[in-house]
Design a binder for this molecule. Structure first.
Ligand code: SAM
Length: 119
């Protein structure tokens, strides 16, 4: 089978705690899957920042706290990190973080191919 891109990550699952697993059930509330999702979510914010590979989310959490007028889209494939970030979003009451869980290159391609290309 041929893949669209060269591999840039090895595994998605790894070690995951029960609370991270529980947090992942809330993922649909934060999910960004398309260019249209980005346009819709961006309307209430003045700026948009994409962090590719947020790991456990320390950086994106800190930036989101300091910049409430900016929408942050965090991209990560590592499920434990995604679960951890969702827990922090909940605990800290952050409203300016959304999450993309796929290979970010697919979303970037959508943005580049979009007729508007302006977010
Ligand atoms: C070196 S780590 C960066 C971690 C984080 N930025 C930090 O400083 O703690 C790179 C991260 O990018 C993620 N990653 C790699 N390829 C990716 C892709 N194509 N799409 C989305 N995330 C990807 C990996 O899962 C990994 O967690």
């Amino acid at each position: 089978m041929r893949y669209k891109f060269l591999p840039s990550f090895v595994k998605r699952r790894g070690r995951i705690t029960q609370s991270q697993e529980d947090n992942l059930k809330l993922l649909p509330n934060f999910l960004i899957e398309s260019y249209e999702d980005i346009c819709r979510e961006k309307t209430n914010f003045s700026k948009l920042i994409l962090e590719i590979g947020f790991g456990n989310g320390e950086n994106i959490i800190s930036l989101a706290q300091d910049n409430p007028d900016t929408l942050f889209i965090g991209s990560e494939v590592y499920l434990a990190g995604i679960g951890y970030l969702i827990g922090e979003i909940q605990d800290l009451g952050l409203v300016n973080i959304r999450i993309n869980t796929g290979d970010i290159r697919l979303l970037i391609e959508q943005i580049l191919l979009s007729p508007l290309r302006q977010i």
